[in-house]
Structure formats: structure tokens, C-alpha cells
Design a protein around this ligand. Sequence first.
Ligand code: F0G
Length: 349
Amino acid sequence: MRRQPLLQHYAEYIDLPEHTRVVSLLEGGTPLVPMPRLAAELGGGFELYIKYEGLNPTGSFKDRGMTAAVGESLGRGARSVICASTGNTAASAAAYAARAGMRAVVLIPAGKVASGKLAATAAYGAQVLQIEGSFDKALELVVAISKKHPIALVNSLNPHRLQGQKTAAFEIVDQLGGAPDWLCLPVGNAGNISAYWMGFQDYGQGLPKLLGVQAAGAAPLVAGHPIEQPETLATAIRIGKPARGEQAMAAAEESGGRIIAASDDQIVAMRQRIAAEGLWVEPASAAGLAGLAQQIAAGTLDPSGLRIVAVCTGHGLKDPGSEPQTVVEASTLLADFNALEAAILGEQT
Ligand code: F0G
């Protein structure tokens, strides 16, 4: 169990300015959960693990980067942080700013942020502002504001974010005793895949092939051009112009892997499949595994004898509303003990 802040635990591998302060909620240290049943279902003959990043303090991997970005900005005297977000960055920035005693301002695409993320961001005390339009437009605006005013930008354009996020690669190596053969993960603004690649390189214990997975309606890196109106129910990765797109493409290529797209149907089906193993993740989080399943089925990725890690980036509680309508058994309320007994035992009674 981790008993010290993430960045101190891996201090010798982290490159942050001297002035960086410790702003920690004891992030990281998330489990690497073996998934033998799912591996068997996908064809078998390989090891499959989920890196369950939903167990970070605010329920997503963003906390790894935010401890670095907020700590750095506090250390250089900033009093406020700002970000554009599809929700998770917002919640994380808000929490770490609260921890640091700083002000947080977040800009979100109206109507496209999942309820759990909004509720958390507001609870941590951030100022939540919205625009008509996509995340990409929001990012342009906050970049412009941060250039004009002394408000620290904590999107993954901020290089300190990647220093923090790369620690997930270190943990996977520590947990597995080496790098996996493939690392599968969702790609939105493309900061996380870039950070993982940096992390595996910096740790020097082997390199995985990267399978980055975008949602089909928001897949600029697959299309080869920006998507003006990205659309997907995996709202976390509803992004048409990834800020670190080129870096992500280079990383995937250098690794011998690739960036592909999974349909919303594939993502939703995989989310349910993962839940059937007892792990509830938000839709975008299932994209990495959805992409892996698709590639195995198509015969374009042979997993035989390999160790594969899929990163599930955010908790299911973030986005409960996108579940298919919950089926509550019996539309009428149970009247008494006998009715309850009959409902449980069914026709056996
Ligand atoms: N998974 C989840 C749950 C996310 O929230 C994000 C990004 C990603 C994957 C993709 O990571 O952007 O580094 O490629 N969410 C950002 C946000 C955009 O604002 O919360 P990425």
C-alpha cells in the first residue's frame, strides 16, 4: 500500500521544477486486476490484466498528473488553475486546487459532461463554466486566457501533467515484474498515451506495443484529420483535435503498435462485459479493451502467449446515466414476505 505521495515514491524518475510543492491526495497505487475469464472468452492462451485507474482519489487517472501540475503551479506562486474538460480533468483539477487552497476554473462543453463528474467538480468548489461547442473549442479558449492572465493551465498541454501520469507505467512494470507485450488504452486528447510511452521509456524495463483506441465518432487520429463535430456516448473522449495527437501517433508507431477506432456499440458491450467481472468503469474506459477484442476477432492481433494490460481510466460512478435503463425486477413493489420469496425462488415455489 502506498503511504507517501506518488511523486515522492517515484522521485528519481520524475522531472519537475525545483519549486514544485507537494499537493497530494495519495493518488496512484491502483490495482492491476487479472482477467482470466475475459481472456479465455477472447480466445485464450494469453494473460490479460486491467489497470483499474478508477480507484484514484477522484475516480480517474487524471489525479496522477494533477498532483504534479497543481503542485508546480502553487510553487511558482499561481493562485488559480484553469482547464477545459470533458469532466474528469475538471474534477481532478478542482480537487487538487482545493487541497492546495487555490481557485479552480473549469470550462466544459454544455450538455456533454457526465453527471458524476459535474457533481464532484462542483462539490470541490470549482467555478464551472460552459460553452456551446466541443471540448476542442473550450481548450482553445482556456489556452488563450492562460496566456493573458496569471492562471495556470492544467490541461495535458502542461508538460508537468505527463510527468505525473507516466507513473502508471512504472506501477504496471512493478506489478507485473516487467513491461507487458501490449498496452491498450482509450485516446482522447492523447496526453495519457504519450505519458505512458514516456514512462515505459524512462523506467527502462522494456516497452509494450501501444494500442490506442478512439471512439469511432471522434477518431481524428484514425481519420488523419480533425473532426469538427465529434460524437460518441463515451463523452470523456469526445475530442476532435487532440492536443498531443502527433506525439501519440509517433509513440504508437515507435512502439510497433497503432491507434484504431471502436464503435460505441463495441464500447458499451465491453463496458457491460467488464462489469460482469465485478469492475464498473465509465464508457470511455472500456474503449481500450473494446479495441483489443475487435483486433483479436479480426485476426489483426494475435495474443497467443502474450501479457496484455488494458487501462480502465475512470470509475463507473462517473457516468451512471449512460447505463442501459436499469432493469428493476418486478414493476410493482413487493407486498410481503411471500411475494419476496416467490420473486427470489421463481417457478421453484
Ligand atoms: N479516459 C477517460 C475516462 C478520460 O476522461 C480521458 C480524457 C481519456 C480516457 C483520454 O485521455 O485525453 O489523455 O487521451 N479526459 C479528458 C478530460 C479530456 O477532460 O477529462 P487523453
